[in-house]
Design a protein around this ligand. Structure first.
Ligand SMILES: [Zn+2]
Length: 765
């Protein structure tokens, strides 16, 4: 076996002079790279100083040839995007124009591990390799053990970058809390930046903003408004044509009413600095009357209630329900069944399952005629013409046979399909019994849900307008706020606590840096010592090369130097191990402090959001019309389940008022129409904006709102016939009295042909 000469580097202090592959070379082309952060005066001076220092250093070193200075002024260290000189330097190095790069520190070179290591490795793979010397850390990347130390230190640098990213984010958060937003007014229609950074309304652009809001609250769609704006020759802030989505963006922008909601987006990834929408990971802040609004508050509130925003749905966590079409788009998808189960393992507990929507069809008896049949040339001897109406009903999924562990499907399970045909008598008694044992809940008419919801809103509205702070809704909200406060106090929440946490995290962060620095020094010393020992032993012939651990050996030969470091054993009780466990301990403490800080900030944000939602809800109540489209005062009365007795909004029977208006048999006098209760227009926007979840318990639905209050509606089990005798006002002001069930859902009446019985008999033969 041939003795191989192992080259190790016995120096205890390395530098470009004696380090790495280049120590034997002369005429080394050395370049310097420096970078400073902008906006920092002391950094500005250091920029000039650094340049002078490196020029001096390189030109004066024997064997070195000055190959230039590359310098970048960087806004933040994490991204390489704005580092032109860095990229130029990399290109030159890969082009074979440089042999060595000298730079102040790892954090000045690149601030994330991946980036640093990629560049360094790329440079080392060149033939001949290009080295980087980090002055502060005293690391030469062509040196033995260089890469490992680099890995550790880069990881540290990354931690540092993360904490800087956190710091920036946190300071933005703090600014937000103080009401100081960071908005690019150049990219916002309607406002310019004033001389002192204040918000100034741009009159011409503001016209467009007002136009959008005014048209929208008048009932125009975003699509139509975009078309109108384009016809008028108006442009977006980016000088582009309007589209429905750009119109909606304006409508949703709270800055137009003078408010500002901050931290809509957050920087989650400190490496890419990319912003993502804040989906509740960080608190959002809402500041009212932050600047002069372009839109008045009542227009704004109205527009917001009209903007359709889908509420969260039961079972939304199921990823299979990506496409929302048809009934899944209905706001009542957030209802859950509150029926108490009577059978099975969960007997005595609430069902808790979601609802699904099914459309039944009914034949409108007494409304047959042959005109349509005759007009289309149908044979009236064979066919009979009838009208059918469709009405949506909500049913519990559990009752309909949702199977264990099965995802809810768009079109229902086979059992559900079967049950949906029940109207036609295709469900056997046994099947019906099984369904009732699964869940005893009843189906609910959609129109009853809509009507009862609106009745509740009017009840709250009238109570609030009469009693203000003493009203039911205000009292409930006060309680909800107090509860929230108590909860926060239970967590010893206070601004001081947040400040203390901040200080503790900062202090621990510094301690961590120091500890890891010591750990790295200890590791480096240990490896160098080990190398030295090995080398001596080899030289003295005490051991042969074969006896050296192959990893170590590989690490000491060829180009792939330094790998031995990975396998350095930390002896128990050694200095390295002590520092490592100390660092681990500090990290854990920092992590727990960070978590506490996060929770506290979120809770504070939650209370603000709650208050904002409540105020908006009250604004919506105030905006509810007191007249229908025909200018008649709205009669908001509840009805009992059978629809036989009128009740006022408080549920008290109205004296002598019996809903015997049935099947159009009553004469429609103007007085009777004026006295009839209204079939109310369902405000889908209000429902979607505030109702998080609804639990159906028989005739009552308990709605959980997004301002911490639970509101009950009653009369949900009313049927279509319950609404007979109600008055209905269309948007063009036409008033009709509901005298047939299909009039409740008159848009969906269809005409159908049926075979006459004679024709049926003939067909059978
Ligand atoms: Zn149920």
């Amino acid at each position: 076996m041939t003795q191989k000469k192992v080259e190790v580097i016995p120096a205890t202090k390395r530098s470009v002079h004696n380090g790495g592959q280049l120590k034997v070379q002369s005429n080394v082309r050395v370049a310097a790279y420096c970078r400073v952060s902008t906006g920092d005066e002391s950094q500005q001076t250091s920029y000039t100083t650094q340049k002078a220092f490196y020029t001096n250093l390189i030109t004066n070193k024997p064997g070195w040839r000055f190959a230039g200075i590359y310098a970048d002024e960087a806004k933040s260290g994490t991204s390489r995007e704005h580092r032109e000189d860095f990229n130029r330097m990399m290109a030159d190095a890969l082009d074979g124009k440089l042999d060595y790069i000298v730079t102040k520190s790892i954090s000045r070179f690149a601030r994330n591990t991946v980036d640093t290591l990629n560049c360094v490795r790329q440079l080392r793979q060149q033939n001949p390799p290009v080295g980087v010397y980090f002055e502060k850390e005293n690391i030469d990347t062509l040196d033995a053990t260089g890469e490992l130390i680099l890995t550790i230190l880069s990881a540290l640098a990354q931690d540092e970058s993360r904490s800087i990213s956190d710091n920036i984010r946190w300071s933005i958060q703090k600014n937000f809390q103080a009401g100081k937003p960071k908005v690019d007014l150049n990219r916002m229609l309607g406002y310019d930046k004033g001389a002192n950074g204040e918000w100034v309304i741009n009159p011409e652009q503001a016209k467009t903003v007002r136009y959008i809001f005014e048209r929208y609250v008048c009932g125009q769609t975003a699509n139509r408004i975009a078309k109108e704006l384009n016809e008028l020759g108006r442009k977006t802030v980016n000088k582009k044509n309007w589209s429905a989505s750009s119109v909606l963006t304006v409508l949703r922008n709270e800055k137009y009413v003078g408010d500002i909601e901050m931290q809509k987006t957050i920087t989650k990834d400190f490496l890419t600095h990319r912003s993502t929408i804040n989906k509740g990971e960080a608190p959002r802040y809402y500041v009212e009357n932050h600047h002069v609004g372009i839109i008045d508050r009542s227009t704004w509130d109205k527009a917001q209630t009209m903007l359709y925003e889908k509420p969260s749905k039961v079972g939304d966590s199921v990823p299979a329900q990506k496409k929302k079409r048809g009934y899944t788009g209905s706001p009542f998808g957030n209802l859950v069944c509150g029926a108490v189960l009577e059978h099975g393992e969960r007997a005595g507990k609430e069902c808790g399952e979601g609802f699904f929507r099914v459309t039944y069809t009914g034949v409108a008896t007494g409304y047959t005629d042959d005109r349509s049949l005759a007009a289309t040339g149908g044979d009236t001897d064979i066919y009979l013409e009838k009208y059918a109406y469709a009405y949506p009903v909500w049913r519990c999924k559990q009752k309909m046979g949702k199977r264990e562990g099965e995802k809810p499907r768009q079109n229902g399970t086979p059992d559900q399909k079967l049950y949906c045909r029940e109207k036609h008598g295709r469900l056997s008694d046994a099947e019906r019994k099984a369904a009732n044992e699964r869940c005893p809940s009843e189906s609910i008419h959609e129109c009853a849900l809509e009507q009862s919801f609106m009745e509740m809103l009017y009840r709250l509205k009238r109570d609030y307008e009469k009693n203000h702070e003493a009203s039911e809704i205000s009292t409930l909200f006060q309680k909800a706020c107090e509860q929230m406060y108590q909860q926060m106090k239970g967590n010893s929440v206070s601004v001081e606590r947040l400040e203390t946490l901040d200080a503790q995290i900062k202090e621990l962060g510094e301690k961590l840096q120091e500890t890891i620095g010591r750990q790295v020094t200890a590791m480096r010393d240990a490896v160098l010592e080990q190398n030295l020992e090995l080398n001596e032993s080899l030289a003295e012939g005490n051991i042969t090369l074969d006896e050296i651990d192959s990893d170590i050996r590989n690490g000491l030969t060829g180009n792939d130097i330094g790998t031995s470091f990975y396998h350095a054993d930390y002896e128990e009780g050694s200095e390295i191990e002590a520092y490592a466990s100390l660092a681990k301990d500090i990290r854990q403490r920092i992590e727990s402090f960070r978590k506490e800080k996060e929770t506290l900030s979120q809770e504070q944000g939650a209370l603000t959001v709650m208050k904002k939602n409540f105020d908006l809800f009250i604004a919506c109540l105030k905006e509810l019309p007191e007249q229908n489209a025909a200018g008649m005062p709205l009669k908001v009365n509840g009805l009992d389940v059978q629809g036989s007795l009128f009740r006022d909004v408080d549920g008290k029977p109205v004296d002598g008022a019996i809903a015997s208006l049935n099947r159009g048999r009553l004469k429609m006098t103007p007085e009777r129409i004026a006295e009839a209760p209204d079939l109310l227009h369902f405000e889908k926007g209000i429902y979607c904006a505030f109702m998080k979840k609804g639990t159906v318990k028989g005739d009552i639905v308990l709605y959980e709102t997004n301002f911490g209050v639970t509101l009950p509606t009653c009369g949900n089990q009313r049927t279509l016939t319950s609404f007979l005798g109600f008055k209905k006002c269309s948007l063009d002001g036409l008033v009709t009295l509901v005298d047939a069930p299909y009039r409740v859902y008159d848009n969906t009446v269809q005409y159908r042909r049926y075979l006459r019985s004679k024709a049926k008999r003939e067909q059978a033969v």
